[in-house]
Design a protein. Structure first.
Length: 331
């Protein structure tokens, strides 16, 4: 599998405690002391990666050599706020699967991890974050998936996805395969709150919304992203780049093109949800839209008192039927 994407320099945080770790005997990995307060584990094989993930300790960096790593990889050891755990490599360090099933990388309870630079693909889902707080995913390349690219789930809070490329998701064409998915549909107990999605390129060939923000989630930020809606199918009501069903999100300074209908949407899938969104500085190119009416921002269930939305005048829309649907205030 070959997937192109950004590599970029490593920006993993330094740890505060000094330690030296040793990988398990089955791993093709070696540990060397670093000045960052932890250790660096050099990994070059699939078995070595699985062993290094299992043996990870706070403050450690797992450094992947360029090459292909085949399997479903799981991290379940948490770091700490002072000593994060980092998994890093270039975009030529590729996590893939034999069958195209399962998760490429699963951060299961692995709070305070940083994942940097690598490529993840040929799986059902790319990177899944479950019950893990303060996870940073930076500069990765995710694609060639039958379902979603990156998923923050099971009350994973304060996550960050930044500077990454997501493409070719939902490859079965069944209306599934969001680029980024936050929360769980029809589940108000999944409080994956305060997730930030920053400065990513999402699309083309995203099989559902570029970003889907589910009911039950609160307070996230979507900023500085570029969306390409080529790949939307309308089979699961996926007809916009971003669908906000959670509360009190800020959607700012994003730009998009190639949508089926709208640029950005809000929906109240559950009473009291889909409210409080703030939109400013977004640019919507609706010239390729095929479903009418088409708006830069389409707000449903608006109520100034109980379900407000704020749309500032610096949002713009080209083509389509206007910036907002009738009855929604701007300013």
């Amino acid at each position: 599998m070959t997937l192109s994407g950004p590599s970029g320099p490593s920006t993993s945080p330094s740890a505060s405690a000094s330690a030296t770790a040793t990988a398990s005997a089955s791993a093709s990995a070696t540990a060397t002391a670093t000045t960052g307060g932890g250790s660096t584990v050099q990994v070059s094989t699939s078995a070595g990666l699985k062993a290094a993930l299992a043996a990870a300790v706070p403050g450690q960096t797992i450094q992947l050599a360029d090459g292909t790593y085949t399997g479903n990889f799981v991290a379940s050891v948490p770091g700490t706020a002072q000593s994060r755990i980092t998994l890093t490599g270039s975009s030529a360090a590729v996590l893939t699967t034999n069958t195209g099933g399962g998760y490429g990388l699963h951060l299961d309870g692995a709070s305070y991890w940083t994942v940097h630079g690598i490529t993840v693909g040929h799986a059902q889902k790319g990177i899944v974050v479950d019950s893990a707080n303060h996870v940073v995913i930076d500069g990765v390349n995710v694609g060639n998936l039958t379902m979603e690219g990156v998923h923050f789930r099971n009350s994973s809070q304060y996550g960050v996805l930044e500077n990454s490329t997501i493409h070719d998701t939902g490859t079965q064409g069944d209306g599934k395969g969001e680029g980024v998915y936050v929360g769980t549909a029809n589940t108000l107990t999944d409080n994956s709150d305060y997730v930030q999605i920053l400065n990513n390129v999402i699309g083309p060939n995203i099989g559902a919304e570029n970003i889907d923000l589910k009911e039950g989630t609160t307070g996230g930020l979507v900023s500085g992203n570029t969306f390409d809606g080529n790949g939307l199918t309308d089979k699961n009501f996926d007809d916009s780049w971003v669908d906000v069903k959670g509360n009190n999100y800020t959607i700012q300074n994003n730009k998009g093109s190639h949508t089926l209908k709208d640029g950005f949407q809000t929906h109240s899938q559950a009473a009291g949800w889909g409210c409080g969104t703030v939109f400013h500085g977004n640019t919507s190119d609706l010239t390729a839209a095929t479903i009418s009416p088409s708006y830069g921002i389409d707000v449903t269930d608006y109520n100034a008192a109980t379900c407000p939305v704020t749309i500032t005048p610096d949002n713009t829309a080209t083509g389509g039927d206007g910036l907002v649907n009738p009855g929604i205030p701007v300013g």
